[in-house]
Design a protein around this ligand. Sequence first.
Ligand code: ZN
Length: 352
Amino acid sequence: MGLITFERSVETASFFSPLLGMKLTEQTIEVRRDPLTGATAVASSELATKEEMFYGTTDWPYAEQQAARTREGCFFCPEKVLEVTPRYPEHVLSGGRLERGRVLVFPNLFPLAALHAVVTCPETHFLRPSGFEPGLLAEELAAGVEFARHAEAAYPGLEHLELCCNHMLPAGASMVHPHFQVFGGPGAPWLLRLQWERAAAFRERHGVSYWQALVDEESTRGERAMGGRAGWTWLAAYAPSGGREVMAVLPGRARLTGLDDDQVTELARGLSKVLSWYEREGLSAFNFSLCGGPLSGAAEAHAVVLRVVARSAFKPDYRTDDYFLQKQLGGELIFVAPEQIAAALRPEFGAA
Ligand SMILES: [Zn+2]
């Protein structure tokens, strides 16, 4: 038996349904638990037909209109970016900002951690998900990693350091202009800390890394694994933490700053495929987080892990995809089974 347990339970809801002439009907609900954290995700046969109601379909003419309306005066566009964005002190970054190819990195004006930087391509005011082509994504991710190296050297007390993204309003972005964020400080967010604690306990108990065990188990089973290169394994999460969640796991590294050029290139290539698929499915807004282990302590239990989720599609009257379940009780809905997500994306990643 493998070391990873894919736990699930089934419950039934019964009622007299007006949709069936008030006959007694039963709906089956499946509750899945994440093998690391125990986080729950719920699927039902009825939910499969409700994704459109929850997530909707992007209104692209409306999105283009918003992009055009916000172009003039945009703080991240070339006319303004060097004038109005903050700079780091010289001991953090010589020159105050990091420039790498088309990409610029500078401090967030309203930081939510000791280290909170913006990574953006000033020339690109608006992008559909498919516009994050592998070359551009690789430049942006590499700039984020390079900045993380400066940050680790300049802030000795850092405990956590992530590369994250909110893209478009329904995903929490305040700017239309695409940007990523490097986020780190001494006080790790609770979920990240829980994952670290569980991963450390797993290694203590079994003598192997949870992430390596997960990759091995998922690759053997095959139903959610998609393939991967340069050490990455792409998976549909068993108990997803958001809409159409896809993960990339790199067990051999525990810090973002440990990624080599090949690993950044392959991460960009895979992420670009997932984002293009979101767009083909009518979606537009998304979040991703690229996280490592704690910056202090042993590295063996941890991995660099990307999680990307789709959010409510951008349209004039979009509704949030979070409600009491996600915000207060903890849990997520599964509209598209992880196994179906993997089946849809697997040909793109080259796995059988
Ligand atoms: Zn702009």
